[in-house]
Design a protein around this ligand. Structure first.
Ligand SMILES: C[S@@+](CC[C@H](N)C(=O)[O-])C[C@H]1O[C@@H](n2cnc3c(N)ncnc32)[C@H](O)[C@@H]1O
Length: 209
């Protein structure tokens, strides 16, 4: 009989932010599927390591093949419930096939650095998504947190918000959260539009108090 597949949230990246229950599940797995960064950090000698590339169908093929003979874990960054592979896995596996273990989202740690609550923030992702997918949710200035990527950098997002008529307002940028190279800055929307870097980051725009 095929084993359950464990989807593990690894948190923002540094092992200090991995939950003990996630660490136990990772140790129990004989096959780890994850990004190069996740495998480099968490895989142990003797575990089969399968790197996730852009071809997601290969993940399903590997999961279905290996779970017949060995416990398989899929490592996702942050929390599995927030813009991860989980919805894709659910298209191919039933709920009974899966065990899901939470992780600390990049947004949670960003708001901790900001020292403010996120219960009143809109949480959006531009990681691998286009602007049109979020534009309808940005009709008026608000407290918004964005996941970014190399295409939708904070500079690009700031420019698009200014074009959409948002006023200059405070902006918080946080990259490499949890790592020694972590960098966080306070700036404003106009300056953020000229900011270089922060590609692997969380951007929080305080468009309303
Ligand atoms: C595919 S999304 C995954 C989000 C994840 N499920 C979560 O809960 O944080 C990847 C994006 O999360 C953000 N991210 C993940 N780890 C981060 C870190 N250590 N520092 C800053 N941002 C991070 C970046 O915006 C990155 O492009």
């Amino acid at each position: 009989m095929a084993a359950k597949v464990t989807v593990i949230g690894i948190g923002p990246g540094h092992p200090d932010y991995l939950l003990p229950v996630a660490e136990r599940a990772m140790r129990a797995a004989q096959v780890l599927i994850g990004s190069k960064r996740a495998l480099r950090t968490f895989a142990r000698p003797g575990q089969v390591q399968i790197e996730i590339t852009g071809r997601l169908e290969e993940v399903i093929t590997a999961v279905n093949e290996y779970r017949l003979t060995a416990p398989v874990a899929v490592l996702v960054s942050g929390d599995p419930g927030f813009y991860s592979l989980l919805p894709y896995l659910r298209q191919h596996l039933t709920a009974d096939d899966l065990e899901v273990i939470p992780g600390v989202s990049a947004l949670q740690i960003a708001f901790c650095r900001l020292k403010t609550a996120w219960q009143d923030a809109d949480l959006l992702s531009l990681h691998g998504r286009d602007w049109e997918s979020v534009r309808p949710r940005l009709t008026k200035p608000a407290k918004v947190a964005f996941l970014t990527d190399r295409e939708h950098t904070p500079a690009r997002i700031a420019g698009l918000l200014l074009q959409a008529g948002w006023p200059d307002c405070p902006v918080f940028l946080a990259e490499n959260l949890s790592y020694p190279a972590e960098r966080v800055i306070w700036t404003d929307l106009r300056s953020a539009a000229a900011e270089q870097g922060f590609a692997h980051s969380v951007m929080v725009v305080l468009g309303s108090a």
